[in-house]
Design a protein around this ligand. Structure first.
Ligand code: GLU
Length: 483
């Protein structure tokens, strides 16, 4: 029987969910679920200085929102907990000591002063700065004496001085490094906490992780991890490194630019389904041109072979387009509920039926944050220039627009029952009476009622929502402008 696939998403609690991290979580989830495996959430909080209040909740909430539901984790437990690194101190200590016994690590008692001095000398000599291995030469008795005397210590990984370490990555192929360039990194710090480089290996092994998906920035550390697995005699997992998400050819998406986190995009009015769909295809492709997939569909077709080595560029226009497709699929009710907060303070006139506005918008909205500027004219007619009446394709100019508006005013004034169909039929009869193209009447009406060149609907729809009085008032203003 094939071994059960077990994977983990191991974020550090930074207080926000970077899009690149969310994509790592998504790929990990998709790989796992496509193989019927178990997806584990582990919180990597060994860097206590970077601790941010409430940050773990951001992780839980994002995972839940996006549907990346874990099978084991800090909130739901599991067989291999605890799933928060700061609660696993004793475990790391035990394994660091075991590694010393196995010969893969050693105690180091060097003081900060000595290490600073060493670094300065190496910098001055322009050689790579790294630990010189002094304490690796201490005898067992010397180490014991120092420990007994309570000297502070760290535990360092003992790197081989010769040979090469090679590992295989599913995306990047085989990678080799010369062992001579590897530093004897600290595994267990003086405060008893592990470094990330140590904790992740111990946890991945103890949690029976079979596949590791993480950012390509970890490629260079992987040989060190493999040396740890080997020293313990543990099975090495399958590695899948993914390239970063870029803002353009040279810059990564960054929190500082306000375009890096999941929450930033939610605030901008993107739907979570669209975000998940978009980032799935950001650096992974199932082949073909199809661009719209639900999470369930992604599980069915996910294959790590489709992960690309080259960095992916985040194209917000594309996300906006996809988001528009998702907006179109919502029920009227769902869309209206999502749109409502965006009308606040923008449409305050109680005569405007917001449901009708939503009906209009849903057909043309790409993201919810566009709503205020799409609908601001309902409350009051903006200032506009009469140049807007000139439209080449509609064959309008200020002269024929004036005629159209005057005649439209007369005709619409007679409409008793202000329904969409009645307004429409009235204007279309006017078109045939005048013997002109539709645009010659409809374009000036649209400009007059909205004061805008781009509106979420045509003149008839807008007039209907505005009501008879307001429509006539606005057409009159148009007439006055054009006279
Ligand atoms: N805690 C690491 C991070 O947030 C995880 C890296 C890994 O997946 O091993 O970058």
């Amino acid at each position: 029987m094939e071994k059960e696939v077990r994977t983990r998403f191991a974020p550090s609690p930074t207080g926000y969910m970077h899009i690149g991290n969310l994509r790592t979580a998504l790929y990990t989830y998709l790989l796992t679920k496509s193989k019927g495996g178990k997806f584990i959430l582990r919180i990597e909080d060994t860097d206590q200085e970077r601790y941010v209040e409430g940050a773990t909740d951001v992780i839980f909430k994002t995972m839940k929102d996006t549907g990346l539901i874990h099978d084991e984790g800090p909130d739901i437990g599991g067989e291999y907990g605890p799933y928060v690194q700061s609660q696993r101190r004793e475990i790391y200590k035990e394994y660091a000591e075991k590694l010393v016994e196995l010969g893969g690590a050693y105690y180091c008692f060097c003081t900060k002063e000595r290490l600073d001095d060493l670094r300065e000398k190496q910098e001055a000599a322009k050689v790579p700065t790294r630990y010189d291995g002094l304490c690796s030469r201490l005898t067992k008795a010397e180490v014991e004496a120092k420990l007994a005397a309570g000297e502070p210590y760290v535990i360092r990984q003992k790197m081989p001085r010769y040979g090469k370490t090679t590992f295989h990555d599913e995306v990047f192929g085989n990678i080799s490094v010369e062992n001579a360039i590897l530093d004897d990194n600290v595994l267990l710090k003086a405060d008893g906490l592990p470094t990330y480089n140590f904790a992740n290996v111990i946890d991945d092994h103890l949690m029976h992780i079979t596949h590791i998906i993480r950012g390509s920035e970890y490629l260079s550390s992987t040989p060190k991890y493999n040396l740890l697995y080997e020293a313990f005699g543990w099975e090495i997992p399958t590695y899948i490194h993914v390239s970063p998400v870029m803002r353009d050819a040279t810059k990564k998406l960054s929190k500082r630019d306000g375009d890096a986190s999941y929450e930033d995009f939610i605030k901008k009015g993107y739907l979570k389904e669209a975000i998940v769909n978009y980032i799935a295809l950001l650096g992974w492709s199932p082949g073909g041109d199809r661009e719209k997939y639900t999470l369930e569909e992604l599980i069915d077709i996910f294959d790590i072979k489709g992960i690309s080595k080259s960095p992916a560029i985040f194209d917000e226009n594309k996300l906006a387009w996809l988001n528009g497709e998702y907006i179109r699929e919502l029920s009227e009710e769902e869309f209206h509920e999502k749109a409502l907060p965006w009308y606040e303070g923008v449409i305050t006139n109680p005569n405007i039926d917001l449901r009708e506005v939503s009906r209009l918008l849903q057909k043309r909205c790409e993201k919810l944050s566009d709503i205020p500027e799409q609908v601001d004219f309902f409350d009051s007619l903006p200032e506009y220039d009469i140049d807007m009446y000139t439209h080449k394709k509609m064959k309008t100019n200020p002269e024929n627009s004036l005629v159209s508006l005057e005649r439209a005013y007369e005709a619409l004034e007679k409409v008793e029952d202000w329904t969409f169909d009645n307004i429409h039929d009235t204007l279309i009869s006017l078109v045939s009476e005048l013997g002109v193209k539709n645009g010659v009447v409809l374009w000036p009406v649209r400009v007059a009622v909205s004061g805008k060149a781009f509106t979420p609907g045509g003149g008839v729809e807008i007039a209907y929502i505005l009501g008879k009085d307001e429509t006539l008032k606005r057409i009159k203003i148009g007439i006055e402008k054009l006279k």
